[in-house]
Write a protein that binds this ligand. Structure first.
Ligand SMILES: C[S@@+](CC[C@H](N)C(=O)[O-])C[C@H]1O[C@@H](n2cnc3c(N)ncnc32)[C@H](O)[C@@H]1O
Length: 240
C-alpha cells in the first residue's frame, strides 16, 4: 500500500529508551477498495505523526474546535469502542493509537466525518513518551495482546514502564481503564498499577471489576472472549 503509514523497524528518533518494535500484525488481509479510499483520503486529515525531533505533541493544536477533554485509546483494534465513545462524547477529543492498518481502515469506516478523532499509526509506547505531562483525562487499554508465555511477558503493553508514562501524562483525577480476559495478565495489571503508587483502584466490590460499566462499549475482543467462555475483567483507576 502507498498510504504514508509506514513504521520503521527498530528505528527510534523519539525516545531512545524504547525501541519501535511492533510484535503483532501491521496488515493482514487485503484492504477493500472503499476502506483503502478512506486511508488515502480521510486519514491524512486526522493522522498525527510522532515528532521525529523528540519534542512533545501539542494536543491543544489538534482539535478543530475546543475540546473539553482528551482521551487516548491504546491498541483500538477495529475501533468499535473508540468510535462509540467519540459519538457519545462530541466535546472530547479521542486519540487512538493502533499499528494495525486494517484496524485503522475499519475505524475510519465507523467514524465517518466525526471531527473529534485523531489517529496515531505507531507503537503506543513511543506515543506515551511524546505526550505532555498531565495532558490527558482518560486512557483506555482494552484487551491488549496477552503474550501468555512467560518469556514473552516483557512484550505486554501494560507494564511498570508504560504505567509510569501513563501516570505522567494523565491529569490528576484522570482515569485509566484496563480490560483483559487473561487472568495472569489481569493479576499483573492490577499489581503493577497499584505498585506504581499514583493510582487508586475504584472498585468497592467484585461487580465493579466483573461487570463492564454502561459507558464502556464492548470491543470485538471482549465478544470473542465471551464466545470462548472467558469472563473478562474491567479495571478503573484514578490518577491521584
Ligand atoms: C488483542 S487486540 C485488542 C483490540 C481491541 N482493543 C479490542 O479489544 O478489540 C490488541 C491490539 O493492540 C494492538 N497493539 C499491539 N501492539 C501495540 C503497540 N505497541 N502499540 C499500540 N497498539 C498495539 C494490536 O495491533 C491489536 O489491535
Amino acid at each position: 500500500m502507498t498510504t504514508a503509514v509506514e513504521i520503521g523497524d527498530d528505528a527510534d528518533a523519539v525516545a531512545p529508551s524504547v525501541q519501535r518494535r511492533i510484535y503483532g500484525r501491521r496488515q493482514s488481509h487485503r484492504i477493500r477498495p472503499a476502506r483503502r479510499r478512506l486511508l488515502e483520503n480521510r486519514l491524512p486529515d486526522i493522522q498525527i505523526r510522532l515528532p521525529e525531533d523528540g519534542s512533545a505533541i501539542n494536543l491543544d493544536e489538534l482539535p478543530s474546535q475546543q475540546a473539553r477533554s482528551f482521551w487516548l485509546e491504546v491498541g483500538f483494534g477495529g475501533g468499535e469502542h473508540l468510535a462509540e465513545q467519540a459519538a457519545a462524547n462530541p466535546d472530547v477529543l479521542l486519540v487512538g493509537c493502533e499499528p494495525y492498518v486494517n484496524g485503522v481502515a475499519r475505524l475510519l469506516s465507523l467514524i465517518e466525518n466525526a471531527d473529534n478523532v485523531r489517529v496515531v499509526i505507531d507503537d503506543a509506547r513511543l506515543l506515551l513518551k511524546a505526550l505532555p505531562t498531565a495532558s490527558l483525562d482518560r486512557i483506555f487499554v482494552l484487551f491488549p495482546d496477552p503474550w501468555p508465555k512467560t518469556r514473552h511477558h516483557k512484550r505486554r503493553i501494560v507494564n511498570p514502564e508504560t504505567l509510569s508514562d501513563m501516570a505522567r501524562i494523565l491529569k490528576p483525577g484522570g482515569e485509566l481503564r484496563l480490560a483483559t480476559d487473561i487472568m495472569s495478565y489481569a493479576r499483573s495489571m492490577l499489581s503493577s498499577t497499584l505498585a506504581n503508587g499514583q493510582f487508586d483502584w475504584l472498585a468497592q466490590g467484585p461487580d465493579d471489576w466483573r461487570k463492564r460499566p454502561e459507558d464502556w462499549p464492548q470491543t470485538r475482543y471482549e465478544a470473542k472472549a465471551r464466545t470462548a467462555g472467558r469472563s473478562p475483567v474491567f479495571f478503573r483507576f484514578l490518577r491521584r
